[in-house]
Write a protein that binds this ligand. Structure first.
Ligand SMILES: O=CCCC(=O)O
Length: 501
């Protein structure tokens, strides 16, 4: 175990070797040059339990150089060998699932059952990308000119940087690093200050799976040094690709910085996702699916249901059923087996939720239940909340809540619902529930989002391209070909064939 901390661990692991708190650079556990550290806090108690290095711009060179040196040899490894290492990594993560879930609970606050769910979802990516590694193909085609032959090959583009959020730290890493390593790239990861430990565990297991030193480096830092460290990573001349998941505001900054040197960028940004439930929907199906989506990780998923539009014929009944289900939610520490909803991950989450509710109340919304912070064991708990009478001018309608706030809006016609759903700068995911097949197709084509859930609230999967349109970003993660392509360059070969005389 390589922890260097004055803190008391609030849990025991079956395999204590998994727990690391130093950064991981070139296969070694490394302190920041400044020697500074920051605390990682349990959102369920508000107590710090471990500390990690506060890296800054001066720590970037060593990490990127080692990833670049590794790339020079890693790119020559056969796709089958890359696949084998990815399968091994996948197996090691599954073998240590219980311990990884424990760390995840104490970093994010999510209930243990959800932590298991995240690991199952995430290993879908390691498994999928192991398969993709061997299916990277170029093409040969017939050109217009005689005696000419044209073909393309795909090659890994080099060192990639991943800037990742705290809400699904395992899924985000495996979705990004899985694709990069399958393509033959190496990666430097900057985890979120809230969730560095799960990421360091994954790096430890990647090394055990056979990835060589520098293939996957992890530089931790705190909130204050995040902009400096991220910018230095994005600007480093040996970095060719940046993948970012987070807010639209920061995504635009990342895109601007990378544009200076024309670096390839993938951006998975904000959501504000609408749900449309029509009178002819199977009410129980819609309720079950959207309830699970809404309260997954206390409302802190980018694809969560931010605005729920329900047609007038079933509005009252739907909200009544939703209210009844909401009363059954057990809010508590993620490690408690009875808990069905944990805290939000940061105190900032509470402040934002309170501000949204205050604004909605001022503008005439009705708070059916909840709306307050819960004073409970020092954690960042927020009451499951239902708001009705929501109008488009309310912040809760225009912004991602990232909290357990269910926002209901009544509609009459299909056209009205589509117009309201699309009335946002965001375009990550949209959902609709109807048993009318023609309407389903119309909605699929007319809703402005990169992912459309049709009678489902659960559309994320390794085989499905994940990514938004409009201000929700660009590029695809997961899915066949598209995700690995984000880490490849395509080279065109043109050959003139001399005929034998
Ligand atoms: O919060 C963003 C990721 C959620 C998902 O991958 O389903």
């Amino acid at each position: 175990m390589a922890t260097e901390t004055k803190h008391q661990l609030p849990f025991k692991l079956n395999n204590p070797d998994l727990l690391h708190s130093l950064s991981f650079v070139n296969g070694k556990w490394t302190k920041a040059k400044s020697g500074k550290t920051f605390d990682v806090v349990d959102p369920g108690t508000g107590k710090p339990w471990i500390a990690c290095p506060t890296n800054d711009a001066s720590d970037v060179d060593e990490a990127v150089n080692s990833s670049h040196a590794c790339f020079e040899s890693y790119k020559k490894i056969s796709p089958r060998k890359r696949a084998q290492m990815l399968y091994k990594w996948d197996a090691l993560i599954k073998e240590n699932k219980e311990d990884i879930a424990t760390i995840l609970v104490y970093e994010t606050g999510k209930p243990r059952s959800e932590a298991y769910g995240e690991i199952d979802y995430s290993t879908g990516f390691t498994w999928w990308f192991a398969g993709e590694a061997e299916r990277i193909q170029g093409s040969v085609f017939t050109p217009a000119l005689p005696n000419r032959r044209v073909f393309t090959i795909k090659q890994p583009l080099g060192v990639a940087v991943a800037l990742v959020p705290w809400n699904f730290p395992i899924a985000m890493i495996l979705r990004k690093a899985g694709a990069a390593l399958a393509a033959g790239c190496t990666m430097v990861i900057k985890p979120s200050p809230e969730t560095p430990i799960t990421v360091l565990t994954l790096a430890y297991l990647a090394q055990k799976a056979g990835f060589s030193d520098g293939a996957l480096n992890v530089l931790t830092t705190d909130l204050e040094k995040t902009p400096e460290l991220s910018e230095a990573l994005c600007r480093h001349p040996l970095v060719n690709k940046v993948t970012f998941t987070g807010s639209t505001r920061i995504g635009k900054l990342v895109a601007k910085i990378c544009a200076d040197n024309l670096k390839k960028v993938t951006l998975e940004l904000g959501g504000n996702c609408p749900v449309l439930i029509f009178d002819d929907a199977n009410l129980e199906q819609a309720l079950g699916q959207i309830f699970a989506l809404k309260y997954r990780h206390a409302g802190q998923a980018c694809i969560t249901a931010n605005r729920i539009y329900v047609q007038s014929g079933i509005f009252d009944k739907f909200v009544e059923r939703w209210h009844a289900e909401t009363q059954k939610i057990v809010v508590g520490h993620g490690s408690d087996e009875k808990t069905t909803m944990g805290p939000v991950t940061t105190p900032r989450g509470i402040e934002k939720a309170l501000a949204l509710i205050e604004d909605a109340k001022k503008k005439g919304a009705k708070i059916l239940t909840g709306g307050k912070k819960m004073e409970k064991d020092g954690g960042y708990f927020f009451e499951p909340t239902i708001i009705t009478g929501v109008t488009p001018d309310m912040d809760v309608c225009c912004e991602e809540a990232f909290a357990p706030i269910s926002t209901f809006i009544m509609f009459e016609t299909e056209d009205e619902a589509i117009k309201a759903a699309n009335d946002t700068s965001m375009g990550l995911a949209s959902y609709c529930f109807t048993k009318n097949v023609d309407r389903t197709w119309r909605l699929f084509e007319k809703l402005e989002a990169g992912m459309i859930g049709l009678n489902t609230g659960n559309a994320s999967a390794a085989e499905s391209p994940f990514g938004g349109i409009k201000q929700s970003g660009y590029g695809k993660e997961s899915g066949k070909d598209v995700a690995v392509d984000e880490y490849l360059i395509t080279k065109t070969g043109t050959f003139t064939l001399e005929e034998q005389s």
